[in-house]
Design a protein around this ligand. Structure first.
Ligand code: NAP
Length: 263
């Protein structure tokens, strides 16, 4: 058993490592974010609800990437992941809340079907609860659980992968062609995630933890039945930029071309 002193000096040495955890990192935008962080010197935890998929992604990324099982809707899995990181390094520099779903139906549902079914006047509240469980409550539960480890880091950041679709101000602009896609299951879940981002940024502004929301561009992934128009490399650019920014501000919401999005 290492003595308390040994443990302290070991964790002091290890604390030089930059540690990141990306949820939903086994594919899509999350995989690309994890890969970029790994290429930039982070030890990245590839968090995935299916450990096998996360392990395959970690192998593909190589370097010091490692897999951890984490379904963001499962409090026990969250606790286990926190314990694992606490034991491995004792701190976390970067938490990327990327895991997200756009609906609760089968994988072949088209974007048009989803948007039509999830309009506020007719949306299934059960489907809304399922999506919010991952996109909103899951992201907050993971954040709350990792805050002690983020506080242990010299400097830390939480990046919430949101969507421009969640911007209330943009949706109130009649000139915005995307506003017709604002629905209550997915779109409003990102509005709620934005609100959580603001609440955390305000609460933590005197601390070592910065909190930002970012939106990828419209990226071809399973989330939109691969109907997105950008590659994951392009789509993940802004999440990666904000995650890697050492001196960047807290409390921002930015998009694919670094533009500031209104909340
Ligand atoms: P994706 O390829 O479908 O990836 C979503 C990831 O989230 C997958 O790894 C998925 O795991 C994981 N996930 C889903 N539910 C989970 C849960 N309960 N616990 C843990 N992981 C879970 O979609 P994506 O486009 O890369 O989405 C990534 C993020 O970008 C999402 O937050 C999305 O809202 C946001 N976004 C995407 C776009 C776009 O155009 N693609 C635009 C704006 C915002 P499985 O592999 O197990 O399903």
């Amino acid at each position: 058993m290492p003595s308390k002193e040994t443990g302290a000096s070991a964790s002091k040495t290890i604390s030089e490592n930059k540690i990141a955890l990306v949820t939903g990192a086994n594919k899509g935008v999350g995989f690309q974010i994890a890969k970029a962080l790994s290429n930039n010197g982070y030890i990245v935890y590839i968090a995935s609800r299916n450990l096998k998929n996360g392990a395959a992604a970690a192998t593909e990324i190589g370097g010091k990437a490692r897999a951890v099982q984490l379904d963001v809707t499962d409090p026990i899995a969250i606790r286990k992941a926190v314990l694992q990181l606490a034991q491995d390094f004792g701190h976390l520099n970067l938490l990327v809340n990327n895991a997200g779903i756009s609906h609760a139906g089968g994988p072949d549902r088209t974007l048009e079907d989803i948007m039509a079914a999830n309009r506020a006047s007719i949306a299934s509240l059960d489907e809304m609860r399922t999506v919010w469980e991952t996109n909103v409550f899951g992201a907050l539960a993971v954040t709350q659980a990792f805050i002690p480890l983020l506080k242990n880091a010299k400097s830390a950041r939480i990046v919430n992968v949101s969507s421009g679709l969640g911007s209330l101000q943009l949706n109130m602009d009649p000139g915005n062609p995307w506003r017709k896609h604002f629905e209550v299951v997915y779109g409003a879940s990102k509005t709620a995630l934005n609100a959580i981002t603001v609440a955390l940024a305000i609460e933590l502004e005197e601390s070592n933890i910065k909190v930002n929301a970012v939106t990828p561009s419209f990226t071809a992934t399973a989330l939109n039945n691969f109907q997105g128009t950008d590659s994951v490399e392009v789509g993940s650019r802004e999440p990666v930029r904000v995650a890697l920014e050492e001196d960047g501000p807290t409390g921002t919401f930015t998009g694919p071309d670094r533009e500031v999005f209104p909340w």
